[in-house]
Design a protein around this ligand. Structure first.
Ligand code: ARG
Length: 587
């Protein structure tokens, strides 16, 4: 793969400076084995464009860092995209040749196109990412939207760093919750189907779950009936199984519609009805090996005092299955299916305890890969109105929310009189709604709780998805309008026209994109990509406000600025893809 301009520059100069430091040390008879040199971005352009702090070397050299910087600089000559080298305040500062560097950055982008920003951080690593994991008794809610976009985006970011990513889902299609929907359907459903009543199938199933809870308030036998149904299911009762299959099919079909609508997909789907009995043998084996202990009633426990926790039951005395035990078995099965180097579980912070215990127990059982399990824990998401509650049926439904966002976006397009400009208003409103939702949900670091504000998320002027989508569309419109004579092959772009401070700021930002993606991949944190895209959009917006681009009277200036705008459009597109925000050519 191509080495991007900034990466290459930093690598080459780190190498050069390291060699000089080693020479200096040798000449002075000093021992210098660990040379930690890290390139930084100086706080102000008066200190150049790339800086190497030398404070860490003061001890070995027994000299002030500034003195070392001067000695290093005396032995270096400007070369390539570096036009000046200075030692100041204990740093070696590199000043770039703006014209040359701009050309390399723009050529990187033009040549790599959609591949610009890719890296090798996770080259050939097999990474399984588990996310979404809905229950089949009700449709997706706002919390799933945060989960889904995190899982999808992290997967894309990891793949862009060379990882072989397997996106997996674990659908909870079994248990008392689905029996409740089934029971209510039997009592109140009159054998109808979602098509007959014109409802999205997962909503159809979810409505019966709500009905069950209403009914259970008036009939004290309801809960017992549901438990009886679950036992019948476990005994393989043909009628119960048939109803179960039918209702699950509806629920899953509806949930998959929402996945398709939001651009989410999976490579493999696990079902809890297949996995819920896994893990039992593991626990029994652990008991045999003395890793766990048994109580008098026959239940099996793990002692968690080593990790500062109490104890936890792994097998109940009545033999019924447990969430944790299932997850033990599922993890082992997954490793057998696809030996991963890393398995990331995208699950809400409510389950922090569960995953701590899960990982600990797997380690205790002696699985060497247990250290490669990671819980990507994310915080709560609410609407400004207040908390989400599911039992009363007042949860923030994902489809309703999407519909509402789409309606608001459509309204906005009409109000702004842009119906003709956008051509397909339905498609555009849908894309804006997704851009608004995904951007807003990813903007906050995963571990933090957040409030999703629909109105704010759609704003065209703030730090939002639609604002950036609009910026992208404006550049596309400019590209369409530009006189053909302004489009030149990237090698011929007169980058001498891009050396002013405002253009340079944009070039520097473009050059940093690959590093940002790499950091996001290292930290499993798409908010870094979002933050970068906003910075780029905002900086371009003020540039565009102050500087004519395709209308500039000097053809060379217009050419160079158009090439710059094109580079920005490409990086916006590439960034959008990583965070699953639709790019719009017209808006
Ligand atoms: N279905 C579960 C829930 O709704 C989440 C499952 C998370 N994944 C796992 N492997 N435990 O709470």
């Amino acid at each position: 793969m191509r080495e991007w301009a900034l990466t290459k520059l930093k690598r080459e100069w780190t190498e050069r400076i390291r060699t000089v430091l080693l020479d200096l040390a040798r000449e002075k008879g000093l021992l210098l084995d660990e040379v930690g040199l890290v390139a930084q971005r100086p706080p102000s352009s008066q200190f150049g464009d790339v800086a190497f702090p030398l404070f860490g070397f003061a001890k070995v050299f027994r000299t002030a860092p500034q003195k070392i910087a001067e000695e290093v600089v005396a032995r270096l000559l400007p070369e390539g995209a570096v036009r000046k080298i200075e030692g100041a305040g204990g740093y070696v500062n590199l000043f770039l040749d703006r014209e040359a560097f701009a050309l390399s950055v723009l050529s990187d982008i033009a040549h790599a196109g959609p591949g610009y920003g890719a890296g090798t951080l996770h080259q050939d690593k097999r990474i399984m990412v588990e996310f979404s994991c809905p229950n089949t008794n009700k449709p997706l809610h706002l919390g799933h939207m945060r989960n889904n976009i995190l899982g999808e985006s992290v997967s894309r970011i990891l793949a862009s760093q060379g990882a072989d990513v397997l996106k997996v889902n674990l659908i909870n299609d079994r248990g008392i919750h689905i029996c409740k929907s089934m029971l209510a359907y039997k009592k109140f459903g009159e054998g109808k189907t979602p098509e007959e009543v014109g409802k999205k199938p997962d909503h159809f199933v979810g409505d019966f779950y709500v009905k069950f809870n209403e009914w259970a308030k008036t009939d004290s036998t309801a809960e017992e009936q549901a438990r009886r149904m679950l036992r019948a299911w476990e005994d393989g009762d043909a009628e119960v199984r048939a109803l179960w299959e039918k209702m699950n099919r509806w629920a899953i079909e509806g949930i998959e519609q929402t996945y398709r609508r939001t651009g989410i997909s999976f490579d493999k789907i696990y079902y809890e009805s297949d996995t819920y009995l896994l893990g039992r043998d593991l626990v029994l084996k652990g008991l045999e090996d003395g890793v766990f202990y048994q109580e008098e009633d026959g239940s099996v426990w793990v002692d968690l005092s080593e990790i500062g926790l109490d104890k936890k039951v792994l097998l109940r005395s009545d033999g019924t299955s447990l969430y944790l035990t299932q997850d033990l078995g599922t993890a082992v099965a997954r490793y057998q299916d696809w030996a991963f180097d890393l398995l990331i579980y995208v699950v809400a912070s409510e389950q922090n305890y569960h995953f701590r215990v899960l990982f600990y127990v797997l380690e205790k059982l002696g699985f060497s890969w247990a250290k490669n399990l990671y819980h990507l824990s994310y915080g709560m998401v609410n609407l400004p109105e207040g908390k989400m509650k599911s039992r009363e049926g007042t949860v923030v439904d994902a489809d309703d929310l999407l519909d509402r966002l789409v309606e608001m976006a459509r309204e906005e397009i009409r109000e702004k009189g842009r119906v003709d400009e956008v051509e397909d208003i339905d498609r555009t409103a849908e894309a804006i709604a997704l851009g608004a939702l995904h951007y807003f949900l990813l903007q906050v670091s995963p571990n933090k709780d957040m409030i999703f504000n629909p109105k704010e998320s759609l704003s065209l002027t703030g730090n939002t998805g639609p604002y950036l989508q609009y910026m992208g569309a404006r550049i596309c419109s400019m590209e369409r309008k530009a006189d053909p004579s302004l489009g030149v092959p990237v090698e011929e772009v007169p980058t001498a026209e891009l050396v002013d401070d405002a253009s340079w700021e944009l070039i520097v930002l473009l050059s940093q994109f690959p590093e940002v993606v790499e950091s996001a991949a290292r930290e499993y944190n798409p908010s870094l990509v979002i933050g970068f895209l906003y910075e780029l959009g905002k900086t371009f917006s003020s540039f565009y406000h102050d500087n004519p681009i395709i209308t500039h009277p000097n053809k060379d200036t217009a050419r160079a600025r158009l090439a710059l705008a094109r580079g920005i459009r490409q990086v916006l597109e590439n960034g959008f893809r990583l965070v699953n925000i639709p790019f719009l050519e017209k808006m």
